[in-house]
Design a protein around this ligand. Structure first.
Ligand code: PAF
Length: 299
């Protein structure tokens, strides 16, 4: 295995600077993860590797973004398999700190406040989740930032996030813009299995029957996408009814929103043909897990 594992911020800085120097590189990327990696993460990593000279992936299960202690404990830890996947994708360096490295004095007293965009959708059922996620993303973006490389000026710095977590992505983009972080956020499209289910580390907890039922999420998103492409009314109510007719699926929300503000579109969507850019967001509980999915719409 060529990939290198470091567990402290100091080693991360030293090793990424060495790699950048040795490669004569002018760009560095960060792929933040919590481990339990699947093909969706591999796609993030391969995209980063294709666009940058040095790529760091982080693996850190962030206690700040979990509501229940039991969810944090139950979160799968699969370091060996994760390293193999990142190695195959061509990642140079993995930063896998322990909790004391990231939060040396215990939980931080000062945190990022994700603000009103975090109150709806996922935020409504997971209070504090996005404050915790943005706080660790801010820290990880700082850990992964390249230093000025001798002779080549300030390297470009990019970080890669999946479109699957649309609300997280929108919030990270807002944080970076609103707080002037010197990093380019690169969104990477959702990876799906052949039957359409969006890949997620939670899918492993679905029974065969629940997995089959969960396909209704990607089906209704495709339906809405087809209506948008055909400039037909989106008619969310009929699409919601389709989801609700599936007994194993408990729909939480299905909405079409402005991708920059995450506010529902005003001219939504029963009779008026949809116009402009939007995001269809869906979340449902299927058996033991909560699943989310989305599709960008552009008429
Ligand atoms: O999407 C995730 O895996 C996590 O929320 C992230 C961005 C790594 C922060 O812990």
């Amino acid at each position: 295995m060529a990939i290198q594992l470091v567990t402290t911020a100091a080693r991360l800085r030293a090793e990424s600077a060495r790699l950048l120097r040795e490669k004569g590189g002018s760009s560095q990327a960060l792929v933040p993860t919590m481990g339990a990696l699947h093909e969706g993460h591999a796609e993030l990593a391969r995209t980063a590797v294709g666009q940058n000279d040095v790529v760091v992936a982080s693996i850190f299960v962030n206690p700040l973004q979990f509501g229940e202690a039991v969810d944090l404990e139950r979160y799968p830890r699969t370091l060996e398999a994760d390293l193999a996947l990142l190695d195959a994708a061509g990642v140079d360096l993995v930063f896998a700190p322990d909790v004391d490295e990231v939060y040396p004095g215990g939980e931080p007293r000062v945190r990022i406040s994700a603000g009103p965009m975090a109150e709806k959708w996922e935020g409504a059922s997971r209070p504090g989740h996005f404050d915790g996620a943005l706080t660790v993303v801010a820290k990880l973006l700082h850990y992964g930032m390249p230093g000025a490389a001798a002779g080549t000026g300030v390297p470009a710095y990019r970080a890669y996030f999946g479109q699957k977590d649309a609300q997280q992505l929108a919030l990270v983009q807002r944080m970076v813009a609103d707080l002037n972080f010197p990093v380019e956020i690169v969104p990477v499209p959702t990876v799906r299995s052949a039957d359409g289910l969006a890949l997620s580390s939670r899918n492993r907890f679905l029974s065969a029957e629940e997995r089959e039922a969960a396909l209704v999420l990607s089906r209704v998103l495709r339906l809405i996408e087809e209506r948008a492409n055909a400039r037909q009314p989106l008619d969310l109510d009929s699409a919601r009814a389709l989801v609700e007719s599936q007994p194993l699926v408990d729909l939480d929300y299905f909405e079409v929103v402005d991708p920059r503000t995450l506010e529902p579109l005003a001219e939504n969507c029963r009779e008026t043909p949809f116009r402009g850019e939007a995001l269809a967001l869906i979340a449902a509980r299927v058996g033991p897990v909560r699943l989310i999915d989305n599709v960008p719409l552009d008429s």
